[in-house]
Design a protein around this ligand. Structure first.
Ligand code: XUL
Ligand code: CO
Length: 441
């Protein structure tokens, strides 16, 4: 690790000041040093915040109509290894000052791509060593790594699902290197997000063949992880579209079907992202609930979108109500194990100063601390869980139990019900329950 200059001069390590802070950069709700426990863990142990290298260090904040705006005084704009190392230095300084315990990366975010895979691997290796030195010196730990299999023109028609077998092989080699890097950094997980693993037009696409190639690719990665004794957990990160018109990893239910179809169920779990859930026409709670029901929720990409825009705006999750609904599901599954809350989020183009990185992450961290507290209070209060239990109580009677156990036939149902008056329902009380949640947020 180079004895580097300070890249965020004038920014002090963020502190907790409570609800009425003097400093706009102080935590109001998240106290990383508090020993107070909810459901057996401190807020820090529950929330496991991560920042991502790609948006934090590599996103210039350009859009299709305008040039990048982000000010990055530590970055000389070159593809040199020295510049890459300086970005890493700035990133770890940011993580420490922002009190963020974990980080995530794509291979090509942290290290420049070379002319050959061998040269790219050498670059990656050099930067991984540099990151490892920061980690050893007390810096953040690696939540997960991944490979960028979507930016380079060779991946225009997909990577594992490319019509070209040599592109598949190139991508496989890239994943091998990315897995080596993730293992070297002690990564707790590895993500597959299928940006272009899908199609833009079915006219030129052999969908069944592409899906089987994707399964083969995952299987090869799992085999390699075993061979190198990489113990991290594999996650698929579902998303329905963008950049592809249709992605094969569209949503959690689609991915579960895919994993079961190809015998991969139980070996790969999910990294669920809020803005991807809403792009799929679901709520985040829906996606999380589907994943948890299959015992497959690993980690979360924490962000939010602007629903009326309809694309992946990757905004910081600053809505405590949303965070409470997310944390209700996370607490319901007993909390994270290898996963955490990765801010896969970028500042708006207008928030271009380095200090905005701190404002944005701080706001997201405080919103999740509020969400955690609210979710724990909702669970302690018990009204919601009791309502749901009572709503389904007929299933605990003898008829319900027999149906659930498969001990009653269609003909027997007919015999029992034919002369009974039509059953009546009880109210679902949706508005009362929505309001109940708000009481705790
Ligand atoms: C893209 C996205 C990715 C993945 C990692 O929408 O979320 O950044 O998180 O490849
Ligand atoms: Co993501």
């Amino acid at each position: 690790m180079s004895a580097s200059a300070e890249h965020f001069p004038g920014v002090r390590t963020l502190r907790f000041e409570g609800p009425d802070p003097k400093d706009t950069l102080a935590f109001r709700h998240y106290d990383p040093d508090s020993s107070e426990r909810v459901e057996g863990r401190t807020a820090r142990e529950h929330l496991r915040f991560a920042a991502c290298f790609w948006h934090t260090m590599r996103n210039g904040l350009g859009d299709p109509f305008g040039a990048p705006t982000a000010l990055t005084p530590w970055d000389d704009g070159s593809e040199s290894l020295d510049n890459a190392k300086r970005r890493v230095d700035a990133f770890f300084e940011f993580l420490t000052k922002c009190r963020i315990d974990f980080w995530c990366f794509h291979d090509r975010d942290i290290a420049p791509e070379g002319r050959t895979l061998a040269e790219s691997e050498r670059n990656l290796h050099a930067i991984v060593e540099h990151c490892a030195a920061h980690q050893r010196a007390g810096g953040a730990k690696l939540l997960w790594g991944t490979a960028n299999l979507f930016s380079h023109p060779r991946y225009a028609s997909g990577a594992a699902t490319s019509p070209n077998a040599r592109v598949f092989a190139h991508a496989a080699a890239q994943v091998k290197h990315a897995l080596d890097a993730t293992k070297a950094l002690g990564g707790l997980g590895y993500v597959f997000w299928g940006g272009r693993e899908g199609y833009t037009s079915l006219l030129n696409t052999d969908m069944p063949r592409e899906r089987s190639h994707l399964a083969r690719f995952l299987g090869m990665a799992l085999d390699y992880a075993k061979a190198i004794d990489f113990r991290g957990r594999f996650y698929i990160e579902p998303k329905p579209k963008e950049p592809s018109t249709h992605q094969y990893d569209a949503d959690a239910a689609t991915c579960l079907n895919f994993l079961r179809e190809f015998g991969l169920f139980g070996r790969v779990s999910f990294n669920i992202e809020t803005n991807h859930a809403t792009l799929a026409g679901h709520t985040m709670e829906h996606e999380l609930t589907v994943a948890v029901a299959a015992n497959s929720l690993g980690s979360i990409d924490a962000n939010m979108g602007t629903p009326n825009l309809g694309w992946d705006t990757d905004q910081f999750p600053i809505d405590p109500s949303l965070c409470a609904r997310v944390m209700l599901v996370v607490l319901g599954m007993g909390g994270f194990t290898t996963g955490g809350l990765n801010f896969d989020a970028k500042r708006r183009r207008e928030s271009f100063e380095p200090i905005d990185l701190f404002h944005a992450h701080r706001a997201g961290m405080d919103a999740f601390a509020r969400g955690l507290r609210a979710a724990a209070a909702i669970r302690a209060d018990g009204t919601l869980a009791e309502f749901v239990r009572r709503h389904y109580r007929s299933w605990d009677d003898s008829l319900g139990r027999k149906i659930e156990a498969g001990e009653i036939s269609l003909a027997e149902c007919e015999r029992l019900m034919r002369d009974e008056p039509s059953p009546t329902l009880e109210s679902g009380r949706q508005e009362m329950l929505e309001d109940l949640i708000l009481r705790f947020v």
